[in-house]
Write a protein that binds this ligand. Structure first.
Ligand code: ZN
Length: 367
């Protein structure tokens, strides 16, 4: 049954020290399922195939997500115009449909809805502040009409553009989270993570961190640097991390986009559920309380975060009804050697083989 009344807001949850589990990546998952066109990466599926978006929201909720992000990545009219796969659908229609879908599923549990905006081609082409801000304002208008619970500025490569986005969104009075897709080296202009964090908070963000581009351990490392920057500047904000669900140990500043496998041969880099538990613990120990994922994060990865942090949260997600901790379900396997795998020790120590004898373990990033 849908919960009635107002849910506890994002800042109330974080201020109380609760662990907030984010959701996973929509664009890559829906591309693989046949609803998003690679290269464009636009979210018209919210209008064309709402059942596909609804189902993915539902799976993340069942896996333990405390937040469902609107499927509004790259959803400005300006960006949509560049896409050749959209006919007769406006940005407003997609933004509205995405808000409705996220709200419908969030109300099936205790999740919040976050309205999300991402970087614009306009910033890259013109760096015209008023034009870029007008694009954000248009999306914000829909988020306010649909009364989302809070806002997320995500996938920004330049801290300056993220500052502009925050300045627009914080006029709404709703909490704002801001995540850059950057490495420990900083943003695309070489602004360090510590300085980026200070600028995001000064622009009005309540929650800051990183998303996408690099793997979980790298994401935690970068957020630790952001935390140090905030402490040095005597500023306070909640911390957030939503990295890739792919291993990217050799990645540079450009992130996974600079790997030769991007975007159609990333499968061999997929992170296991056991790696995810390790990441959830590392992030928690670093003081990060909003922990989720981005591209490559499937619902079972989110479930692994929720299971690792179940002692802190005080509950397991519904999807754990079908998953015993640390391979426990194998205790009843008919084959005795498989039954021996019902142990934490086995899965923690396993080094998974790739099954590809001629493949290198690392690639050379292009840029
Ligand atoms: Zn991503």
């Amino acid at each position: 049954m849908a919960l009635l009344g107002r849910k506890k807001g994002i800042l109330d949850r974080l201020d109380a020290g609760e662990v907030v589990i984010g959701d996973g990546g929509y664009v890559i998952a829906l591309e693989r399922r046949g609803y998003v066109k690679a290269g464009q990466w636009t979210p018209e599926a919210a209008v064309e195939h709402p059942e596909a978006v609804r189902q993915l929201h539902r799976e993340f909720l069942r896996a333990g997500a405390s937040v469902l992000q609107t499927f509004t990545f790259y959803c400005s009219d300006e960006k949509l115009k560049i896409s050749d796969s959209i006919v007769n659908i406006t940005g407003r229609q997609i933004n509205e449909a995405a808000c409705d879908l996220a709200r419908e599923v969030a109300n099936e549990g205790d999740a919040l809805v976050a309205g999300c905006i991402s970087q614009t081609p306009c910033y890259f082409n013109t760096t015209n502040e008023s034009e870029v801000k007008a694009i954000f304002k248009k999306q914000l208008d829909v988020f306010l009409e649909k009364d989302v619970d809070f806002l997320i500025v995500e996938f920004f490569e330049h801290v300056e553009e993220a500052e502009w986005a925050i300045q627009v969104l914080q006029t709404s009075g709703k909490p704002v989270a801001a995540t850059l897709c950057m490495s420990p080296e900083g943003d695309r202009h070489g602004v360090s993570p510590g300085d980026c964090a200070v600028r995001l908070v000064k622009a009005g963000a309540n929650i800051v961190g990183v998303n996408c581009h690099l793997d979980p351990m790298c994401g935690v490392k970068t957020v630790k640097l952001m935390k140090e920057g905030l402490e040095a500047a005597k500023l306070k904000a909640h911390l957030m991390v939503q990295p890739l669900g792919f291993h990217t140990p050799e990645c540079n500043h450009g992130g996974y986009i600079s790997l030769p496998e991007f975007p159609f041969a990333l499968e061999s880099r997929a992170i296991t559920r056991w790696d995810m538990q390790k990441y959830a613990r590392e992030a928690y120990n670093a003081g990060i309380r909003y922990i989720g994922g981005c591209c490559g994060f499937e619902p079972y990865h989110i479930r692994a975060l929720a299971e690792e942090l179940a002692p802190e949260r005080g509950f397991l997600p519904p999807a754990s009804e079908k998953h015993a901790p640390w391979g426990g379900a194998l205790e009843h396997h008919p084959k005795p050697w498989i039954r021996l795998r019902a142990s934490r020790d086995y899965w923690e120590k396993l080094l998974p083989a790739s099954g590809r004898p001629k493949c290198p373990s690392m690639a050379t990033p292009e840029k």
